[in-house]
Design a protein around this ligand. Structure first.
Ligand code: PLP
Length: 271
């Protein structure tokens, strides 16, 4: 299913001119939402982040009520998979909204990760609130994806980005979490990482006492001390990490608890 500015089109018409700055400069923002039996889980938080991204990159006069309706329409037609929505700046310096269905993707049972320095990432050099465009979910992802490609070439599932001081940041397309002393940890947002929706849920589960969750920082040389890591995103509700660089990890039961808590939350939230 394909919508441009709320109008359903055939796949062959779901196209945009290369002249648009959204294409050749990546001047766009996006959201990906997972469909659970016709329901786009976390839709309100995704819309909230979409609005924040829009304001950070000066995308004005976007009708997010219409966008929410587009997302609900796409989702209600499918049992599972994702709704992807992009807002891209066009040649006339206005915007187009592209909303489409993406079928479920294969996710490996375990991830193996290679740490890589993300020199281009703000990495905690600035405070999120003080800098206008940090934390934007923009369509300019080439740098992130280059780390994934590099890790794949080296035989790993993906990269684990670290800052100049070797503090763990996030994955190229997901949040990193870790288990230490039988407790769940996620990195803090001042590191310049994306304000991930699943990370937000996990922190909320901590506040609601469903899980024990702390916000903190982990240095690369502390990777030896953790019990396990996990990959967290809209597409991945806690996938265990079996190896980082040369360090092997065994599965930790808390990973299953995180997965179960997400499953329950979907059932609570879905109307
Ligand atoms: C860089 C980055 N960090 C974290 C995430 C996880 O965010 P969310 O939980 O909202 O899917 C993503 C998702 O695409 C991402 O691209």
């Amino acid at each position: 299913m394909y919508l441009i500015d709320g109008v359903q089109v055939e796949k062959e018409n779901f196209i945009l001119p290369v002249e648009n700055i959204g294409v050749w400069r990546g001047d766009g923002i996006f959201e990906a939402i997972r469909i659970h039996e016709g329901y786009p889980f976390g839709i309100d938080l995704h819309i909230e982040r979409f609005k924040k991204s829009a304001s950070k990159v000066f995308f004005d006069d976007i009708n997010f009520e219409n966008i929410k309706n587009d997302i609900l329409l796409v989702a209600e037609n499918f049992q599972n998979g994702y709704v992807r929505t992009l807002i891209l700046r066009n040649e006339k310096d206005t915007f187009n909204v592209f909303c489409f269905y993406q079928p479920p993707i294969d996710v490996p049972a375990y991830f193996t990760l290679q740490t890589q320095k993300a020199y281009w990432q703000s990495g905690g050099d600035f405070i999120e609130q003080d800098v206008f465009n940090i934390g934007t979910k923009s369509t300019s992802y080439a740098m992130n994806i280059s780390h994934t490609r590099q890790a794949e070439l080296n035989g790993y599932t993906d990269a684990l980005l670290v800052n100049r001081e070797n503090i763990i940041l996030e994955g190229p397309t997901w949040t990193f979490g870790w288990i230490l002393n039988d407790k769940i940890h996620v990195p803090d947002l001042d590191l310049g990482i994306l304000d991930s929706i699943t990370r937000k849920y996990l922190i909320r589960f901590g506040e609601e006492k469903k899980l024990d969750v702390s916000i903190g920082r982990l240095a690369e040389d502390e990777l030896e001390t953790i019990q396990c890591g996990f990959v967290l995103s809209t597409a991945k509700h806690a996938i265990p990490v079996s190896k980082i660089n040369e360090i092997d990890y065994s599965h930790h039961p808390l990973i299953n608890e995180i997965q179960e808590t997400f499953k329950n939350e979907v059932n609570i939230e879905r109307p």
